[in-house]
Design a binder for this molecule. Structure first.
Ligand SMILES: *Cc1c(COP(=O)(O)O)cnc(C)c1O
Length: 431
């Protein structure tokens, strides 16, 4: 693990040019790499030699960013993927096969919930959801002999619940399985789940890490701390892989067994690899991640305080508020800030919420969160529009809920725009 501060790693981590090499991570826009001998290529294929040979498996532009993110999270290795969805899929399918089972916090990203409920079930991998506030006994009750992992989000999108990482890690380890944490919203700048016992971290880099809404991407990071041999639950790590002449991952790669297996098995076979250009853009975004996260948090804290006092706002959910149900967890896991995303209810319900959104000028209506520009989304009229008010209530999304992603503009300008739209939302003529 690097001894440099996170700020320095954001700017310079992962790429140390030698004499005369480019100062900036180069875009190596090449699918393949040239070698002088067949023997060398054979060694690459047998994983006896390290080196790039095909961009589906590895690429120098991606590798630089992988090293940066591994250093930021405090892990032994990382693998970039084409999207956040691909990162979560890679993490779970490196651990689970048909007939296996895992446990997930119920408070997670909608796309992840679909992946778990629909596609992984179709592949024969079963999930049990538990409350993000589950007790140790609740989590324990969900374990089965074929359970292979526990999954949760540090700060859930969109519910904004804060995961008790230590409690989930303890439950996972008591059953000899790893804890996977989706750390997309805080980023390693605000929370490093490995410091609290998580074993594997995934991200959608499409959000704050890229930060400018220019490149879809994901990453899987390995802490290197899970003991696959001692667990006894992971024969795929401790028994020979016939597709690599009987290689045993836990022996050949030691603490990096998981991330190597994710690359040479999952990525080899599924191919959800990032474009070199996207790796370059991600790196460029990450050079200012530490500055942006600080500003996202300060702006969101100001906006949340404004909304909490506003008569046209029925309720505010932001983990950074002193009134948050998760205030104790925030103090423990996220002392420097939580994220820039706030949800709130507009008085007057669905109609007023739509009027509010349509009246915004600076804060844009987009299907995205967590980039430099402030944005808003009303799930009841967009992503969840097929559901009735009763169905929405059942999954915790009320018709009045709007999700505000607070950007890094001047906080006064953001608040002024919200204020004028809130007053427009209450105009009787609209109703
Ligand atoms: C957006 C998001 C994802 C999915 O990432 P994509 O890059 O859109 O595939 C996963 N987890 C969280 C928390 C997200 O916000």
């Amino acid at each position: 693990m690097s001894s440099e501060h996170l700020d320095t790693l954001c700017v310079q981590g992962g790429w140390t040019p030698k004499n005369g090499e480019p100062r900036v991570v180069p875009i190596v826009q090449s699918t393949t790499f040239k070698y002088d001998s067949g023997e060398h290529v054979g060694d690459l294929f047998d994983l006896k030699a390290a080196g790039h040979f095909y961009t589906r498996l590895s690429n120098p532009s991606a590798e630089a960013v992988e090293k940066k993110i591994a250093a930021l999270e405090g892990g032994v290795g990382a693998m970039l993927t084409s999207s956040g969805q691909a990162a979560t899929t890679a993490a779970l399918l490196t651990l689970c096969k048909a007939g296996d089972h895992f446990i997930a916090s119920a408070s997670i990203y909608g796309g992840t919930a679909n992946l778990f409920n629909v596609t992984l079930r179709k592949l024969g991998v079963e999930v049990t959801f538990v409350s993000p506030d589950a007790t140790a006994a609740d989590i324990q009750a969900a374990f089965r002999p074929n359970t292979k992992a526990v999954f949760g989000e540090t700060v859930a999108n969109p519910a904004l619940d804060v995961l008790d990482i230590e409690a989930f890690a303890k439950a996972a380890h008591a059953n000899a399985v790893p804890l996977i944490v989706d750390n997309t919203f805080p980023t390693p700048v605000l929370c490093r789940p490995f410091d609290f016992g998580a074993d594997i971290v995934v991200h959608s880099t499409s959000k704050y890490m890229d930060g400018h809404a220019v490149a879809l991407g994901g990453v899987v990071v390995d802490s290197g701390r899970f003991d696959w041999k001692a667990s006894g639950r992971f024969p795929e790590f401790t028994q020979p892989d016939a597709s690599y002449h009987g290689l045993v991952y836990a022996e050949a790669f030691g603490p990096a067994a998981f991330i190597v297996k994710a690359r040479v098995q999952f990525m080899r076979d599924i191919g959800a690899a990032p474009a070199p250009m996207n790796a370059f853009l991600l790196n460029l975004g990450m050079e200012t991640l530490h500055l942006r996260m600080e500003r996202h948090c300060r702006n969101a804290e100001a906006v949340a305080a404004f909304l909490e006092k506003h008569p046209s706002v029925a309720w505010v959910k932001y983990p950074g508020l002193a009134s948050s149900k998760d205030a104790a967890r925030v103090k423990k896991y996220l002392p420097r800030g939580t994220c820039g995303v706030i949800s709130c209810g507009i008085r007057g319900g669905r109609v007023a919420a739509v009027k509010f959104m349509d009246s915004l000028r600076l804060v844009a209506l987009v299907v995205h969160v967590a980039d430099a520009r402030s944005s808003v989304l009303h799930p009841a009229s967009s992503s969840h529009r097929q559901l009735s008010d009763e169905q929405l209530a059942a999954i915790g999304i009320t018709p009045d809920l709007v999700r505000i992603s607070v950007g890094i503009e001047h906080p006064g300008d953001i608040i002024a725009d919200l204020a004028q739209a809130l007053s427009a939302s209450q105009q009787a003529s609209w109703k």
